[in-house]
Design a protein around this ligand. Sequence first.
Ligand code: ADP
Length: 374
Amino acid sequence: MEASQDTEFLITALKTVKYPGYSRDIVSFGLVRNVTFKDGRASVVISLTAKDDTVPAKIKADVEKALSLLTGVKQVAVFVDAAKPETAEANGEGKTMPPALRHVKAVLAVASGKGGVGKSTVAANLACAFENVFEKRGRPAPSVGLLDCDIYGPSIPMMMGVKGQPEIVDTLIQPLEGYGVKVMSLGFLLDEQTPVLWRGAMVNKAIQQFLTQVEWGNLEVLVIDLPPGTGDAQITLSQTIPLTGAVIVTTPQAVASSVALRGAKLFEKINVPILGVVENMSFIETADGERDHLFGEGGGAETANALGTEFLGQIPLSGDLRRTGDEGKPIVLADPASSSAKIFTEVAEHLADVLAARASMNGTAEKSDDAAQS
Ligand code: ADP
């Protein structure tokens, strides 16, 4: 995004452009790719998969209209990269879900550019928050799965308080359960002594097995905790199943967000919609209600802007958040009134709506309430 001026005002305008036939906008659907602004010229790349031929032209026209109305914009260039579902190979779209995932309505990857930014913490808390959200919406429990593909530090079993060896029934691996969430992790299969090199060699096989041979059952969403960076896991995943979308976790520092951006670009390349950015460790809340921005400011918002996606929220740096994770009960459940828990819940509510609408758009679920309202 070098040499581009601030694009936030363009993204705000893009959020007014609805996907034809839906009440949701193209930014929250993760369709906006590159947004640049230089010398009065706004350029936007939109990437989408649509069965209906009229959708790309309609979106292009609506984007041109929305941007050309803005003060300071003299020229608008919109490129729509549209694929048919059957030809959009890269993100497994057009491929059917493996039988083990047939009844999983949406698959959400949680990713980060580097380790230690709190990706697993976000994945575990989002999974628990989703379970609460779907329970409130009357979906039968368990409605959420959590798949830990982070081979280098499978911390999900600890964070979800789940131990043990999964059983195999009729050739299918049975996920374990923690707080009503179905959990599967490489951590159940490897011990801490397993050499990292050997883990790397088995990651593809293991991920494929988790997607094709685990009895996930009926789920509203399967949350996948990916290893950091842009490795084999991301590629294997996107080649095996159609991912509904990805959420990027970053910290506020500029360095972290540039690394996050590199990681996120991989998802763009393989045609996975980026549904938003969560900034973790954003600030410390002091006793008098002030915010101390220990690690700097702005990384999450900058990353979201650069990716043309939503900035979903800021999670504070909190001893309770770390402690509850270490003790095996995510803060969403251990202290629902805490500010972190509230943000995770808001993010889960928002993503639940977006995932339902996207699933209906791709024909992988019944039409949701969100459909056909424009
Ligand atoms: P990653 O999956 O990105 O490697 P983790 O989720 O494993 O990161 O988090 C790394 C460590 O930081 C863990 O000990 C976790 O409890 C802690 N941590 C994560 N987010 C926060 C936060 N907002 N406040 C305090 N500690 C956190």
